[in-house]
Design a protein around this ligand. Structure first.
Ligand code: ZN
Length: 79
């Protein structure tokens, strides 16, 4: 569940210390169940079928909170 003090904003780009990769925030959907306020992100993965620069762009929704202790950091605030 994403708390009200989470520093992320729609349109911003962030670094995940846990995943070791960059992602962009698309939305903060709110579910009427245990998931509560979640976050939808867009991330790029290396394509397993071709060589770089071919990448997969995936969208994922999850509830992982911001963890600056794990190395999460802001890359670019939304314009
Ligand atoms: Zn490919």
């Amino acid at each position: 569940m994403i708390g009200p003090d989470d520093p992320r904003r729609v349109g911003g780009r962030y670094w995940s210390g846990y995943w070791g990769e960059e992602y962009e925030v698309i939305a903060f959907p709110v579910f009427d169940d245990w998931r509560g306020r979640s976050i939808t992100v867009r991330r790029r993965e290396y394509c397993v079928h071709h060589t770089p620069p071919c990448v997969f762009v995936r969208t994922a929704t999850h509830g992982t909170p911001w963890e600056s202790r794990l190395g999460d950091r802001i890359i670019a605030e939304p314009a």
